[in-house]
Design a protein around this ligand. Structure first.
Ligand code: GBH
Length: 478
């Protein structure tokens, strides 16, 4: 059964919901720039207004209360707090906004989990080289300290960086996320490295300057699919699935939880390709420097964003020039039996989460785990009776129960992505992940609970009141 203090949450992020992109002195972020340049996002949409949570926070709070959440995960907009990215200029209006959000949550008995960085780098820092430049880590550390100092008396759960894997790969290798770079095979590793350095510096700052008084916990949110071999009897497929886990989750989790360095599997794969391609530039996967504070041990819990699974087979990419795909040298395929949600990448595989949780327990030293994102996408016309998403949540939460009860995994919380429909990055507003529908065509941006929101709230209240006997409830069929 779920532990008594289990966190039942929902997640959002600043750029995806806030709007107010220029309100009250906010500085621009790389997502403002990326969207305004046009061509990169579905229908040339942008987050200028999004759910307008900057002005409609009370509406969000009503949604949170209606669900009966114990926790709410939000992110802070760095450029709203520090318009040029540095602590030289603090935007007090931004501080007031987040103070209000945090105070209102606490007044309603909801604990905030706060992410410092969810894809929206201040443009001013991008202009200095962004995540490719080593100096970004120091700027992030100052920003983090500012946030701990300002909000840490009330915020006890911190995420430094959301999904470094996505920022590195989609932002700097594939180029479909801001800042839209396509520097194949090099930039992503450098960006990932600087993100880890930034995270580590912020964790050490918290640890030495704030932990004793504030008594909170700090981690970083890592996204990973569950990967398994297409043919478990084929040695190449088994090795490919292992490589995929190493390149996705291991890339960030090994340094932090296991060895203080990248997985050997990853380093050797990259070096082999460099040699084969006659690449003579810098070490593509950097080494951790003794000048920086140690990276090992810089997470107080394991924060996992998980959505889907892949079968993996060997090969599939070798004509390309230097690239991450070539380094990985594995091909991901979908099992035809897996239903697909509203977006093509999200196949519904609830048992994949259980396997991934067990894997994390075994490989990363049995950490306390928060599932900081998990959800299901819908596309097309308004469909308040979203039965498929209801099934998704029931089945997935049942797998979490099994992971806890049968596999002994130490899962401490589950956060649904997302509280409400929002700006879904490259997909704009065409993809809806919310537990609440948002009417983006109406000036009021009204929020309406989906059936899945009612369902999630029932699951939560059942667990909160009974703490037992819910398995049957979750297994109920439609
Ligand atoms: C999360 O990432 C994000 O943290 C969150 O902001 C977002 O709203 C949520 O996903 C839903 O998308 O387009 O085929 O290249 C989850 C990890 C990794 C899932 C990249 C989508 C894109 C596949 N994401 N992946 S593709």
């Amino acid at each position: 059964m779920f532990p008594r203090d289990f966190a039942w949450g929902a997640s959002t992020s600043a750029y995806q919901i806030e709007g107010g992109w220029q309100a009250d002195g906010k500085g621009p972020s790389i997502w403002d720039t990326f969207c305004h340049e046009k061509g990169g996002v579905f229908g040339n949409q942008n987050g200028d207004v999004a759910c307008n949570s900057y002005e409609l926070w009370e509406k969000d709070l009503e949604c949170i209360q209606q669900l009966g959440l114990t926790h709410y995960r939000l992110s802070l907009s760095w450029a709203r707090l520090l318009p040029d990215g540095t602590t030289r200029n603090v935007n007090q209006k931004g501080v007031q906004y987040y103070n209000r959000v945090i105070d209102d949550l606490l007044a309603c008995n909801v604990s905030p989990m706060v992410t410092l960085y969810h894809f929206d780098l201040p443009q001013a820092i991008q202009n200095l080289g962004g995540w490719k430049s080593p100096g970004v880590a120091t700027l992030f550390d100052s920003y983090s300290k500012f946030c701990f100092q300002t909000f840490g008396d009330r915020v006890k759960l911190w995420i430094t960086i959301n999904e470094p894997h996505v920022c590195a790969k989609l932002g700097h290798e594939v180029g479909i996320h801001a800042p839209g770079l396509k520097e194949k095979g090099t930039a992503a590793y450098l960006v990932g490295h600087n993100m880890l350095r930034a995270h580590s510096m912020a964790w050490h700052s918290y640890n030495s300057e704030y932990r004793a008084t504030q008594k909170g916990a700090v981690s970083l949110a890592l996204n990973s699919d569950w990967f398994e071999p297409l043919d478990p009897l084929r040695h190449e497929d088994v090795a490919s699935a292992e490589r995929d886990l190493a390149f996705t989750l291991g890339w960030f989790a090994w340094p932090v939880f296991v060895t203080g360095d990248y997985p050997e599997l990853m380093r050797s794969a990259i070096e082999t390709q460099s040699k084969m391609m006659g690449y003579s530039g810098n070490l593509r996967l950097p080494r951790f420097s003794k000048e920086d504070p140690p990276i090992l041990g810089t997470a107080d819990f394991f924060a996992l964003n998980h959505y889907t699974s892949r079968k993996v087979k060997s090969g599939g990419c070798c004509r390309q020039m230097l690239s991450m795909k070539r380094d990985l040298d594995a091909e991901e395929v979908l099992d035809p039996s897996w239903p697909i949600s509203g977006v093509s990448w999200l196949a519904v595989v609830p048992h994949g989460l259980r396997k991934l949780l067990k894997y994390i327990k075994d490989v990363f030293n049995n950490p306390t785990i928060y599932i900081t994102e998990n959800g299901f996408a819908q596309v097309g016309p308004l469909q308040i009776e979203d039965v498929e998403r209801c099934k998704f949540y029931r089945k997935t939460i049942l797998e979490v129960v099994k992971a806890i009860e049968e596999d002994g995994v130490n899962v401490r919380g589950y956060f649904a992505w997302s509280l409400m429909d929002n700006f879904e990055w490259t997909d704009g507003f065409s993809v809806r992940f919310g537990l609440f529908h948002v009417d983006f065509s109406g000036a009021e941006l009204s929020r309406t609970i989906y059936r899945s929101g009612r369902e999630y709230s029932k699951i939560i209240s059942k667990y909160k009141s009974a703490q037992s006997g819910c398995q049957g409830f979750l297994e109920d069929d439609y």
